[in-house]
Design a binder for this molecule. Structure first.
Ligand SMILES: [Cu+2]
Length: 331
């Protein structure tokens, strides 16, 4: 019967054990301290109960040794815990280089997922085992939170920005996806499953789903359809496809680089910056260009913005020209 109510959910991810260890240590520390404190309270209540035996209270002036001891020991334990927790957190924030990029869009009340190869699914997520998976997530309406208890990962899904989380499943099986941020009347039904498959099964699964286009391919079409190409060069040229001088920065090879801004600041080109530049182009104008780009707010869905960003990410610049877009800022 107790197996029906496990203390912790299944642990099916690479980081799960380390996260659990920190958690168990915290629980154990809390239990030990609580027991010690309550034992002391009860003992002293009984031991020092007022008795009519004529004893007079003595004044105690404090003890430097004791003070040092009961400040020093907790300091060491808590700083250790801080260092340990930080080390695990840093790993959780830094996916390995060969990570697979999935996109998640939350909306009331469903999860829309797109695979790197273009397949889409709703409220289910199929992934290969022993492969690092990164989710880039955003919301079409309110704040949601994408939570896979078995992987010990959870990250808020926020409208107007991208959040990311990564995990590597280590155990085949099907696990719960929950929305962990109250998001309206059907919040409790905003659930799904993640299915961890062998590499072969995953390939078969992909083959069985109508792939559609990859985010990059759709992004390319959008980029041309929305006439982004009439201002932004996409190959290593300083002119647009029409041969006119570029009114916007060269996009080839720009992803992941730091660019200098008109106002003297700097920004690293990532999905968030691309999103901001599409929706609020005047917020951070690249040095050397005029603030002439119109906003595309209301004209693109979150999925389309993700597709545009994936396309821009896929544009590789050649070495000698890759500094042209960023005014020579460091690579
Ligand atoms: Cu939700």
């Amino acid at each position: 019967m107790w197996n029906d109510f496990p203390l912790l959910p299944d642990n099916a991810s690479k980081m799960g054990f380390q996260i659990d260890l920190v958690w168990w240590f915290l629980v154990a520390l809390t239990v030990v301290m609580t027991v010690l404190i309550f034992a002391a309270v009860v003992t002293f209540v009984v031991w020092f109960r007022k008795k009519n035996d004529g004893r007079v209270a003595t004044q105690i002036e404090g003890s430097t040794q004791l003070e040092l001891l009961w400040s020093g020991i907790p300091l060491v334990i808590l700083m250790g815990l801080f260092g340990w927790g930080t080390a695990v957190y840093v790993q959780l924030m830094r996916p390995p280089a060969d990570v697979m990029d999935f996109y998640v869009v939350g909306k009331q009340w469903m999860w829309k997922v797109q695979h790197p190869t273009g397949q889409r699914e709703i409220n289910t997520l199929h992934i290969p085992v022993n492969k690092a998976i990164r989710l880039t997530q955003t919301s079409e309406d309110v704040i949601h939170s994408f939570f896979i208890p078995a992987f010990r990962t959870k990250k808020d899904v926020v409208p107007g920005r991208y959040t990311q989380q990564w995990f590597e499943a280590t155990k085949l099986g099907t696990y719960h996806i929950f929305c962990a941020e109250y998001c309206g009347t059907k919040h409790s039904q905003m659930v799904g499953t993640v299915t961890v498959m062998t590499q072969d099964d995953y390939q078969n699964w992909l083959a069985g789903v109508v792939a559609g286009e990859s985010p990059e391919e759709t992004g390319k079409k959008l980029f041309e359809g929305m006439r982004c190409v009439s201002c932004h060069p996409v190959s290593d040229k300083t002119t647009t496809i029409d041969g006119a001088p570029a009114r916007g920065p060269l996009l080839a090879g720009i992803y992941g680089k730091e660019v200098a801004l008109k106002d003297g600041g700097k920004v690293t080109v990532d999905d968030s910056y691309i999103r901001e530049s599409i929706m609020r182009p005047l917020a951070k104008v690249v040095a050397g260009f005029e603030p002439v780009m119109p906003t595309y707010e209301g004209q693109l869905s979150e999925e389309q913005i993700i597709q545009l960003a994936s396309y821009i990410k896929s544009l590789k610049g050649s070495e000698e020209n890759s500094g042209a877009a960023d005014g020579g800022a460091k690579k």
